[in-house]
Write a protein that binds this ligand. Sequence first.
Ligand code: C2E
Ligand code: CA
Ligand code: CA
Length: 632
Amino acid sequence: MTDGLHGELMRQLSCSGLPVPRALKPGSRFVKFLALVSATYQEFDPDDRTGGTSSSALSALAVEKNRLEAVFNTTATGLCVIDAEQRVSQMNAAAALMLEVDADEATGGPLADLIRPDARSPADARSCSQLVAAVAESSEWRAPMVSLRTGQGGVLPASLAFTPLSGSCARGFAGGVLAISDMTQQERMAWQASHDSLTGLRNRASITKYLSAGAGERPRPFTLLFIDLDHFKTVNDTLGHSVGDQLLVAAGARLRQVTRPGDVIARLGGDEFVVALPGLTQPQAKRMAERILSALRRPYEVGGERVYSSASIGVLSSRATGDANAILRDADLAMYSAKGSGRDRFAVFDEQLRVDASKRAALETRLRGAMARGELQVAYQPLFSIATPQLVGFEALVRWPDSSGYVEPMRFIPVAEESGLIGELGRRVLLDSLGLVRRLHASHERGLYVAVNLSGMQLSGGDLPDLIRSALARSGVSGSELRLELTESVLLENKLEARRQLEEIRGLGVRISLDDFGTGQSSMSLLHEFPLDSIKIDRSFVAGVTTDRSSRAIVEAIIGLGHSLGYEVVAEGVEAEEQMAELMDMGCDVAQGFLLGRPLPASQAVALAAEWVPSQRHRAPDGAAERPAFIA
Ligand code: C2E
Ligand code: CA
Ligand code: CA
């Protein structure tokens, strides 16, 4: 049966030491296999001269080698063969051309000398060291976009792929082939159009396209995570943009690490990332969100600094309908809700969030209109010193009258903050307040101050000291007649920047009051971290000062602490005479509340002040409309 098989195959069969089967069953699978192998031999050596074919097999190999060499030398892809010592043992013409090196000179040199990152980019440096590590570990590695330095000092945008020659490892040989693709032209443009150049992740356009493409057949279940780094702006402002950029790159790399190959990661811009996770159920999605939170919470080593960060995540699950923008918007709403409930956590989207968001949007539109029409007003609530009863100042409180009375500041101030309207709102309240002081001057009232509430946003612009300086100069009001009330969260939002600005503002003679004291989490530490003059005990504690033992203890402690640090202590929300008596016993300095006086229009505030003319300040005003009950 072996008759007719190629002579070289026969020779090899006999060399194998196996007995050559002389009579095999015709048509058996082995015979068919031998016939196939024989045909291949025949293709390379048609003039089968049995006994002389080992040389023709060699020439077949030579042909194959020539063919591979031709491919190696003519392909447009740059190819470098890397040996076990991470040296370039061979490189093709394309690689030499792209990297602008002499192939003969570069051959034999270390890989790290050939593949060098563009010096300006930390991301590229990281890619190049990852490549060297991958070669050392004999593991597959690719980078979609790396800028390399060429031999002539140019920059080559390239994609790199390293394939280890794993088959050779058995013989103690590691190494592999590095493929370099020039991304200079269209490809690079296409890559750039769909990728974020900083992190190498997809960009907004690309994720939008991905989400739109799948609109009809988006896999179910499907999850989108909307990730926003917490307090990223602080990192940028305090450590510089380069450190900020490195943090973003590192965060992107961590997202890559915790996700799977089929997941899609994009950076939308700034510190916002999106991860699309096909095939995840909601419980799995929540676990994934937890994993990402803990990955992003690990400290970062960037720019020689140890940087702490965290993220807030919005989880949108199992949505198979809706366009890409709607999906991103809903996931963003969930992220916002995570931020609102304290950051470093995730929140799952639900329809109520959208209802709230549209209510907020409607309120914002109304607020814009009201501000444009000049409908906002300022009311002034009097503050009294307790020991020697006298009027010491007013707190400015914004008022928005509407058809049903007033819109609560607690409702619209957050909307003004989110929309950026707070800058203009705050400026108007400040100017109105200085206007009140001028009217007090006009009626010969001096020495009273007006306290203005400040939002965090007003400190983030950086121009608050200038605004205050010029407003004071223009109105002729002295700094000591103005106070700013800030809450703890305002100070914590951007510590360094807040402190810098507050110091500058204090330099103008303006005093700083810490509002709602005791309600936050870090009240104590803030006391010595910030330049302060007074603290206002939150009215929730004042409310319980006569009825609730712990409130009483807290009020007493705040007064003691404040005094020992040299601060004036103000109690707000005093509604009852018993509370007033208690505060007086405890040695509280200043009181404010409905018992003593409600917020008044400016003209009534001026009238109230007139009843407390300086010479009479030590006795009760006659027939005062807002007579402080504790003096009567
Ligand atoms: P706040 O700074 O703690 O202001 C004191 C709030 O307590 C005011 O509420 C005031 O009317 C109220 N109040 C005063 N005495 C009493 C009392 O005896 N009992 C009770 N229950 N409440 C009393 P309002 O005017 O509704 O303001 C609420 C918050 O809105 C303020 O809290 C402040 O955080 C913010 N706000 C008000 N005006 C402005 C402003 O012009 N700018 C900024 N950024 N925030 C403002
Ligand atoms: Ca206040
Ligand atoms: Ca307060």
